[in-house]
Ligand binder design. Structure first.
Ligand SMILES: [Fe+2]
Ligand SMILES: [Fe+2]
Length: 476
């Protein structure tokens, strides 16, 4: 079942050779994908040699190769985790029945929507990040950006494989549309809000890969539970790649903090003085955190959601930690949701558990983000600083869900919209903050050198030192 064919036009462990129709459909889509990559992928680096890892297997050990490759020649493959013998549906109305190997007819539309929504985020992020290479803080960071980009490309392949294999003509059309939508385009945008926001500087990139890729992690964890077995196996493998994206984000912010802390130790905390030393003052880092964290919270959907209940009931999308739950049917439980009452105060409202599944997933995400914040604060602590970063309340600056109607401060207290407007500049990046961070974005492309605002990493990639030439310009 899982013999890996690396010599095939499309490397895979799904025995693509045995299904000629599918193979043809994917081979027809491949040049369109490469065209999209050339026009919407990293601009200015398509002929560079980049030291990238490529997925070649799904085993725990040695699943990837490292080597120099020109990005349009990257071997985007299709890899599913090994099947589990006699796997059963693990939750919902079909608990204990055999997992589906084909799409159950009654859930076809639902499943298609779930897959397309996940799929759309993958090319979207590549589009959002396509100009960043031109302002990289180091060659090491440049390589990491491209690693994230090619793997998001592979995630698109993973989802397109599902669409083309299991959804016939509809699936083929969806696969085409995934290459047609464009991040931030007014007429044909990407599906989810955060994926239409431009990422113009590297602090945004590191926040995005920390917080938005981490939303991806939780969505993939929930889909890894799916009773539709091919989806579960696809998502399980994607998670191994996702871990690196979050590493890039978390260590990127951590290294910016390191540089800022060292500079504060020398010149004090006055933002104007810190800016004169070309580092990013802590309040600005906090504001970026506030922006990208809250934007990513929106991706989990409504707090009360009949869609979420249907996804769970059908066995299509579980909880991120379903195996640790006692009750896999979740018909009995309730969720305590904080709701703003007519009196303007917060009250607890009981929501049937299945309808609160988005919020359950968001809880897991918030907890994970709290650990990230603690690790960032350890960087400050180790540098001898007393300042700390903080996650804002999940009610702050929401554009989706029940908290989007009112205004809240970062600790979650209800406030008036006038107060929000008046204090916004202290909480979220102002035009000046954005312009300042942008002013730091000069490309540093000599191996071993690094921009003023960020520290070098503790170590390089694949046992190579930081000074290694991870990206090489084309030979003249
Ligand atoms: Fe992804
Ligand atoms: Fe990712």
């Amino acid at each position: 079942m899982s013999n890996v064919d690396l010599s095939a036009k499309i490397p895979n462990n799904v025995d693509l050779n045995a299904d000629k129709r599918l193979q043809r459909a994917l081979e027809e889509w491949q040049p369109k994908f490469v065209d999209w990559w050339r026009s919407m992928g990293p601009e200015g680096f398509q002929t560079h040699d980049v030291y990238l890892r490529t997925a070649v297997n799904v085993g725990r050990e040695g699943w990837a190769n490292f080597g120099y490759v020109k990005m349009p020649d990257y071997r985007w493959g299709i890899f599913l985790e090994e099947p589990e013998q006699d796997r059963k549906v693990g939750f919902g109305d079909h608990l204990g029945k055999p997992a589906w190997q084909q799409v159950p007819g009654e859930y076809r539309n639902m499943l298609r929507r779930i897959i397309v929504t996940q799929a759309d985020t993958e090319p979207a992020s590549v589009e959002q990040q396509r100009l960043l290479g031109q302002t990289c803080p180091s060659v090491y960071d440049l390589r990491n950006l491209f690693q994230v980009n090619v793997e998001e490309g592979r995630h698109l392949w993973a989802m397109v494989y599902l669409l083309q294999t299991y959804f016939g003509r509809d699936g083929r059309e969806e696969a085409e549309d995934l290459l047609r939508r464009r991040s931030g385009n007014a007429d044909n945008p990407r599906i989810l809000g955060t994926f239409n926001e431009p990422i113009k500087d590297w602090l945004s990139f590191f926040m995005f890969t920390t917080f938005t890729d981490r939303d991806g992690k939780f969505q993939l964890l929930a889909l890894s539970q799916s009773g539709f077995d091919p989806l579960a196996r696809t998502c399980r493998f994607m998670l191994t790649e996702e871990a690196h994206h979050m590493f890039v984000g978390e260590t990127g912010v951590g290294r910016a903090l390191q540089r800022t802390a060292e500079t504060m130790n020398k010149v004090g905390t006055d933002p104007a003085i810190l800016r004169a030393h070309h580092v990013i003052d802590l309040p600005t880092i906090q504001k970026y955190l506030n922006h990208w964290y809250t934007s990513s919270l929106d991706l989990f959907g409504g707090e009360r959601s009949s869609n979420a209940a249907d996804f769970f009931a059908s066995g299509m999308k579980g909880r991120y930690n379903e195996e640790k739950q006692d009750d896999h049917v979740a018909l009995a439980g309730e969720y305590d949701l904080s709701v703003r009452g007519a009196d303007g105060r917060m009250h607890v409202e009981k929501v049937p558990l299945r309808n609160a599944m988005n919020e359950v997933l968001r809880d897991g995400y918030v907890g994970d983000c709290e650990f990230v914040c603690q690790r960032w604060n350890r960087v400050l602590e180790k540098a001898g600083r007393a300042e700390r970063l903080e996650l804002p309340s999940r009610r702050f600056r929401r554009a989706q869900g029940i908290y989007a109607d009112g205004c809240y401060d970062p600790t979650g207290n209800p406030i008036s919209s006038e107060e929000f407007e008046a204090r916004k500049a202290a909480w979220l990046p102002s035009k000046e903050d954005l312009a300042y961070v942008q002013s730091l974005m000069h490309p540093v492309t000599e191996a071993g050198k690094i921009a003023s605002w960020i520290s070098p990493p503790a170590k390089g990639i694949d046992d190579h030192p930081f000074e290694w030439e991870y990206v090489r310009p084309p030979h003249a």
